[in-house]
Ligand binder design. Structure first.
Ligand SMILES: Cc1cc2nc3c(=O)[nH]c(=O)nc-3n(C[C@H](O)[C@H](O)[C@H](O)COP(=O)(O)OP(=O)(O)OC[C@H]3O[C@@H](n4cnc5c(N)ncnc54)[C@H](O)[C@@H]3O)c2cc1C
Length: 449
């Protein structure tokens, strides 16, 4: 049976001291944020304080929702009013987003790596916002091009073209070892309606995906396809499985599909994909999340209790690390072979990620089979979890590969994304409470209390 080490491309050797570990002894584990720069720490304190107090968070949410509406006058337009722009940029935007320009984004990515993160997972904010005016303009230029050259396919959609261009531009902002995250719904209504009706996606989407995946493979960047709402997710998963078949021939997966542990159907979907990987000999890119669409998806499809989702998440993470899920990798003679899998655990749950990391380290230490694994948290969120992971040692001093998932785009383009982060903080009362305590403890330590 194959025995993988952390074969993911690493930007720095695990033995090289970095600013997260440094040569100085680390403060005790109660202070995971000890290596965070002061400016970042104070911004986190500000945001975490607002997020943990409902009487501050609710008005902030209303304000963001107001700014997120398109067509605001100069006074309330975050991209045109310089005072509003500066206020949002210095606070929420810099906490959760990478940058408005190529230079800013690259600088932010560099800073995150200097803090010890193995890399970033970058998304283009605009792909998630339906900017009807821009789309209408783009559709006009596509129509013009079609009339002029007759080159563009008749069913050419401006939304898919805009999404393709933005996504390709995002690949240019990251380096080897980083990851690009995409939401297929960002390609617009022709794609979402095809998925919603169980119809094949437009050929224009498939050709854009193939171009994006080829560019990622050439640059050794991993392409992560996000999981979305249940009415379109089966189509997304099916399309991503085809991409894995085409691109995941080496030991390192180029394409990752996202599996939502809160869905009762996920073990069956995953078993189907493991089956395909085993029979057809490709590497399965397995990004595991709990799931973010509880408020909009059919509740009957989702586990009844949070504990059930936690158990499902941990069982799948630990199953993959032990190379044993369902009938695949079981010890009995007629069990199916467990195929090559690359695991990405995207979670803010400290217990889940630390347990997974420790299991992986133990198995490597003991010479037991496992799979390559890395971890991801959102930029500006769950920093105590990210920095706790960065302080962990694995087998032979190997550090876990931890990624921050960030978004780039103008402040206006990112308002919708910021609103979603604020809503997530509202719903994660327990975690934000813990986050604010970790930040306060660290501020106290630096002030000598
Ligand atoms: C880097 C990154 C990428 C992500 N990408 C995606 C993606 O592509 N698609 C996607 O859907 N989500 C994605 N998410 C969000 C993710 O699915 C979770 O919503 C979020 O991370 C919170 O879950 P958690 O694992 O951090 O842990 P926790 O905060 O411990 O868990 C909260 C989660 O538990 C589940 N839950 C809560 N209450 C209940 C209940 N009563 N019954 C059943 N389940 C419950 C929900 O999934 C909820 O989001 C991503 C998260 C990260 C960090």
């Amino acid at each position: 049976m194959l025995h993988f080490r952390l074969s993911m491309p690493r930007l720095r050797s695990s033995k090289t001291p970095n600013s997260a570990t440094g040569s100085k002894p680390l403060p005790p584990p109660d202070f995971p944020l000890a290596t965070m720069p002061l400016r970042m720490l104070l911004r986190s304190l500000f945001i975490a304080t607002i997020s943990s107090k409902r009487y501050l968070l609710i008005p902030a949410l209303h304000l963001l929702a107001f700014f997120a509406k398109p067509g605001r006058s100069f006074l309330f337009n975050v991209d045109r009013n310089p005072v509003l722009h500066a206020l949002l940029k210095k606070t929420l935007y810099n906490q959760f987003c990478a940058g408005e320009s190529v230079q800013e984004t690259k600088a932010c990515v560099r800073q995150l790596k200097e803090l010890g993160f193995q890399g970033v997972i970058l998304t283009y904010a605009k792909e998630m916002v339906f900017d009807h005016k821009a789309r209408a303009e783009l559709q006009e230029s596509v129509d013009l091009e079609r009339a002029k050259y007759g080159k563009v396919a008749p069913e050419c959609s401006a939304s898919i073209e805009e999404w393709r261009l933005g996504t390709l531009k995002t690949v240019d902002l990251i380096d080897e070892g980083d990851m690009l995250a995409i939401k297929m719904s960002g390609a617009g209504p022709s794609v979402t309606s095809a998925f919603a009706n169980n119809a094949p996606p437009p050929p224009q989407l498939l050709s854009a995906l193939s171009e994006i995946a080829t560019k990622c493979a050439d640059r050794r960047i991993r392409l992560i396809v996000d999981a979305e709402s249940q009415h379109i997710q089966p189509g997304i998963a099916h399309t991503t499985l085809s991409l894995m078949r085409q691109f995941n021939h080496g030991a390192d997966a180029v394409i990752y599909n996202t599996y939502q542990a809160y869905l009762k159907s996920t073990p069956a979907v995953l078993a189907h994909h493991i089956d395909a990987a085993e029979k057809e000999g490709f590497t399965l890119g397995l990004k595991l999340v709990r799931g973010a669409y509880m408020h909009s998806d059919d509740r009957a499809l989702i586990h009844a209790r949070k504990q059930d989702t936690d158990d499902a998440y941990n069982a799948l993470a630990q199953g993959a690390l032990c190379r044993r899920i369902g009938e695949f990798g079981a010890p009995d003679a007629d069990a199916r072979r467990f195929p090559a899998v690359n695991l990405l655990l995207a979670s803010h749950n400290k217990d889940s990620v630390l347990a997974a990391h420790r299991l992986h380290a133990q198995r490597v230490e003991a010479g037991l089979p496992t799979v390559p694994v890395c971890y991801a948290q959102l930029h500006g969120m769950a920093d105590a979890v990210s920095f706790s992971l960065l302080r962990e040692e694995g087998a032979e001093g190997e550090k876990p590969g931890v990624f921050k998932c960030s978004t780039w785009g103008s402040v206006g383009e990112c308002v919708g994304y910021l609103l979603r982060r604020a809503v997530e903080n509202r719903d994660a009362v327990l975690r934000t409470g813990e986050e604010v305590r970790a930040v306060r403890r660290e501020v106290g330590r630096r002030l000598g209390f």
